[in-house]
Design a protein around this ligand. Structure first.
Ligand code: FMN
Length: 335
């Protein structure tokens, strides 16, 4: 199964192995593509053994820049460099997606030069361990109303730059995760309170992006489904409901990770440590689901696929450490 081709959204993938987004911060001070980042992705793509490469999170607007040297998709002038990045990845047959991110309260002011904004004022380090120690300021209604347009412009740039699709980042305590989680969204207007209200901005963003890119372009969302181990946080039921909302709004796929616990889960490092979330989401929607976290061999990936935990498997840190990991693993794997 892992070696078999798979139709993901509007893309044909040569296999079901995914390189999940992992930030290198190898860009220049403005977030533009450098030779260093081209070499890094080129080295991982060259063997042609990774079906889908999702490039690290790119900031879509200056106030949402998470860290220094983060990749930018926030300006039209970024497109030329991004074209080089998609070309280097696609030349060996991998498909490539851009991850669109607004850092919210997790955006460091030392990087963006601005005070971070989020649904409610929070000192995020006390919740997720990330973000500005001085905290964030509450977004105004006007700032929220601008968000769909900001995502739309970034999605347009991704398409122009040759990405095969976009992943909207709603995990790891960044802005859209902050709207979704009751731990960070304390708003009393229509963007806070009930789960439906906490998912209002996601609906608006997904619909606007879909309208911009058209029906044949792949749009996925990375969902930090559950706030594992955090009292008052999102649950499996919330994740399943969110997935339904995203499906109705127009995404082609769901990519599962953690919420305020980020990409880790306390006390867990087994293969597929978010599989309880991915199974809940798969049961709720008829869309392909990616599962990432703790997978260290193709045998482990295969078992997760065979038992229905997900449709595609992400392998992150092994690929970060060893550019040839996928080539060796595919050559050695008998299945
Ligand atoms: C150095 C590093 C950077 C990461 N950057 C991102 C990112 O930009 N966007 C994202 O959604 N996840 C990011 N992640 C999470 C990974 O995509 C992945 O979910 C995580 O590493 C768990 O999978 P693994 O056990 O296979 O490594 C990052 C992880 C690491 C280790």
């Amino acid at each position: 199964m892992i070696k078999e081709p798979f139709r993901f959204g509007h893309m044909e993938l040569k296999n079901r192995l995914v390189m999940p987004p992992m930030a290198t911060y190898y860009c220049d001070a403005q977030g533009q593509v450098t030779d260093k980042i081209l070499d890094y992705y080129g080295a991982r793509a060259k063997g042609g053994n990774i079906g889908l490469i999702i490039v690290e999170h790119a900031f879509i607007t200056q106030v949402g820049m998470a860290k220094k040297n983060q990749l930018s998709i926030s300006r039209d002038s970024d497109v030329e460099g991004l074209k080089k990045l998609t070309a280097v990845i696609k030349q060996s047959g991998s498909r490539v997606m851009a991850q669109l991110n607004h850092g919210g309260a997790a955006a460091l002011s030392e990087a963006s030069g601005m005070k971070p904004i989020s649904p409610s004022p929070v000192v995020l380090p006390e919740i997720s361990g990330m973000g500005d120690p001085d905290g964030s300021v509450e977004m105004t209604k006007e700032q929220i109303a601008e968000l769909p347009g900001i995502y739309v412009a970034a999605a347009r740039r991704a398409k122009e730059a040759g990405f095969d699709g976009v992943v909207i980042h709603c995990a790891h305590s960044y802005l859209l995760n902050e709207f979704y989680s009751p731990l960070t969204n304390k708003r009393t207007d229509e963007y806070g309170g009930s789960l439906d209200n906490r998912l209002r901005i996601h609906r608006e963003v997904i619909k606007a992006v879909r309208e911009e890119v058209g029906p044949d372009y792949t749009v996925s969302i990375r969902l930090g489904g559950v706030d594992y181990g955090m009292e008052g946080g999102n649950t499996f039921e919330d994740a399943a409901y969110a997935a339904k909302v995203f499906a109705e709004a127009g995404v082609d796929a769901i990519d599962i990770s953690g919420g305020m616990s980020r990409y880790m889960r306390k006390g867990h490092d087994e293969p597929g440590y978010f599989q309880d979330t991915s199974r809940a989401v798969k049961a709720a929607v008829d869309l392909p689901v990616i599962l990432t976290g703790g997978v260290r061999s193709l045998e482990q990936a295969e078992e997760l696929l065979q038992t229905g935990a997900a449709d595609l498997i992400g392998v992150g840190r092994p690929l970060l450490a060893d550019p040839d990991w996928a080539d060796k693993a595919m050559a050695e794997y008998a299945g």
